[in-house]
Design a protein around this ligand. Structure first.
Ligand code: BTN
Length: 262
């Protein structure tokens, strides 16, 4: 049986056999790489692309993902999604997989800002960008994950220095990036087996353990070019965020961005 390794054959837990692996020394963006080479890569799905460095990472809502250099994790999964119900939960599954993996590998307690920004000590360390494609009547998702792992203050760009941090700063030790990628992959593929089935509740209950928002938190929310003010009510069973608006009505959002919380 073939065994795939990220960087070292000594790893205790290589990437499971059913996942194909491609390692890039550098690329502009792992999501973009999958997108551009989609026709040739789709036959290798499920696929994990890992880049040692990334120069023009993409963030959510058209933003940039600023690289911290070789100390960061830049990965994308390409997989086929059976149905639309699965799509909603993919973002929840990916966020939960990253949070569980960080907790297990580092012993730290990460938090998730809805839907799946990963934070430590109130500052962002990771983000997830999901892009979908239709190919021969099937839905494929590219799930890109970026995490600031081992770096130095010097490598944190001025634009993000007040809002972002990196794991080794909080853990005070260097973290094995391969261990982290393997754990994320293990959790992610475990959770995605559930997508579209009746076991979604298990992912949701794990996800809720990591959510940083508390009922009643004042929230400024960006939605379709508007700013909405409301109070955090809950995360619904469908993964949407429920806000209580000033007129007392409760509204569920499946997209949008929390701008600030007080
Ligand atoms: C966000 O929080 O805005 C999402 C950031 C996602 C960044 C990752 S890094 C690997 C993958 N490739 C990209 O270009 N973006 C994602």
């Amino acid at each position: 049986m073939k065994k795939l390794y990220l960087t070292s054959p000594d790893l205790q837990n290589p990437i499971p056999d059913f996942i194909n692996l491609k390692i890039l020394t550098t690329c502009i963006s792992t999501n973009e790489y999958v997108d551009i080479n989609f026709d040739s890569l789709v036959k290798s799905s499920p696929l994990l692309i890992s880049a040692i460095n990334q120069t023009e990472g993409k963030g959510r809502d058209g933003r940039k993902w600023i690289s911290v250099g070789k100390g960061g994790i830049y990965i994308s999964y390409l997989l086929s999604i059976g149905n639309k119900k699965g799509l909603n939960f993919l973002s929840i599954a990916a966020g939960t997989a990253v949070a569980e993996a960080i907790r297990e590998v580092t012993g730290l307690s990460p938090k998730l800002k809805w839907p799946n920004d990963i934070e430590l000590s109130g500052l962002k360390i990771g983000g997830i960008l999901i892009e979908n494609k239709i190919f021969k009547d099937s839905i494929y998702s590219i799930i890109g994950i970026g995490i600031n792992v081992n770096t130095t203050k010097r490598n944190i760009h001025n634009k993000i220095k007040d809002t972002a941090t990196y794991i080794s700063k909080v853990s005070d030790r260097i973290i094995d990036k391969d261990d982290l990628i393997l754990k994320i992959t293990e959790y992610f593929f475990h959770f995605t087996n559930y997508l579209g089935k009746d076991l979604l509740q298990e992912i949701m209950s794990k996800y809720l353990k990591y959510i940083k928002h508390k009922k009643g938190d004042d929230i400024r929310f960006h939605f379709c070019g508007n700013i909405i003010q409301g109070q955090f009510e809950k995360i619904g069973n469908d993964g949407g965020i429920v806000l209580k608006l000033h007129d007392g009505t409760k509204k569920t959002y499946f997209s949008g961005e929390i701008a600030s919380v007080t």
